[in-house]
Design a protein around this ligand. Structure first.
Ligand code: AMP
Length: 254
């Protein structure tokens, strides 16, 4: 399905709500849409040993958040490389190369960037923004025009996670709710024992959920104030997808 103008989207949802699934479905329904993951961009920079990657690596290893100014450099470079932020070539070249060469922070709003409204400049951002500061910064270079809050009752997500069993050698996944193994606790093919992933338990999930609540609430508030927040709820990914598509089409297709 074709978009009429640029969709600049973020999905906000608790761990286990199925953000990845919805992103994949959106990408296949709207081929002009692309996903940009800041985690992937950072990992690429680390692998290629760029100045930015070297700077970010220690923090990533420690599980912390990479500095906002580094994130701004990362994301604005990516958007420019894709041609989605227009700017006088000289201004971009000098600002970008300065920043990369001497590792200086760009903290001010870049005065020269202008977002493209062409439908080909459409993206779902994954992993960014994570904080209201990042959201404000992003809005100053390329404003998000749809933030979707995906909502499934926590008890339903938890139930889904704790019912998940895996056969580790093959990676086969079972769910005692809707895809149970023929013999409880045993793999259908090999008969070997099934196990649960370390993070598929109540304690770990509750911790992740708490962290999500703390970080997402201010973000939701930010996008609500901007008037671009919609909420889509459902008990499963299949229930959420059609509602999400509808919101998308209302905004970018019809
Ligand atoms: P992810 O794959 O999204 O979990 O990201 C992996 C790591 O990259 C995170 O643990 C952070 O250290 C870093 N990272 C990714 N996105 C951001 C962001 N928006 N702000 C700060 N750090 C980030």
């Amino acid at each position: 399905m074709k978009l009429k103008h640029a969709a600049r989207v973020i999905l906000i949802g608790a761990p286990g709500v199925g953000k990845g699934t919805q992103t994949e479905r959106l990408l296949s329904r709207f081929p002009q849409l692309q996903s940009i993951s800041t985690g992937d961009l950072l990992r690429n920079n680390v692998k290629q040993r760029t100045a930015l990657g070297i700077q970010a690596e220690t923090v990533m290893k420690a599980g912390g958040l990479v500095d906002d100014s580094v994130m701004l450099r990362l994301i604005s470079n990516e958007l420019r490389t894709r041609g989605w932020l227009s700017a006088p070539a000289s201004a971009v070249m000098s600002a970008a190369s300065e920043a990369v060469q001497d590792g200086q922070d760009i903290t001010d709003e870049p005065p020269f960037s202008r977002p493209s409204d062409d439908p080909s400049a459409s993206f779902i951002l994954d992993g960014y923004p994570r904080t209201p500061v990042q959201a404000t910064t992003l809005d100053s270079i390329i404003p998000i025009n749809l933030a979707v809050s995906l909502v499934t009752p926590f008890s339903v997500i938890l139930d889904r996670i704790t019912s998940r069993w895996v056969h580790e050698p093959s990676g086969r996944v079972y769910n005692t709710g809707f895809n149970a193994p023929r013999t409880p606790g045993r793999d259908d093919i090999t008969g070997e024992p099934l196990t649960q992933r370390e993070d598929d338990n109540l304690e770990v999930y509750s911790r992740r959920l708490q962290r999500f609540k703390e970080t997402s609430e201010p973000l939701l508030e930010h996008y609500a104030k901007k008037g671009v927040l919609v909420e889509v709820d459902g008990m499963s990914s299949d229930e959420i997808s059609p509602k999400l598509f509808d919101e998308f089409e209302k905004m970018f297709v019809r």
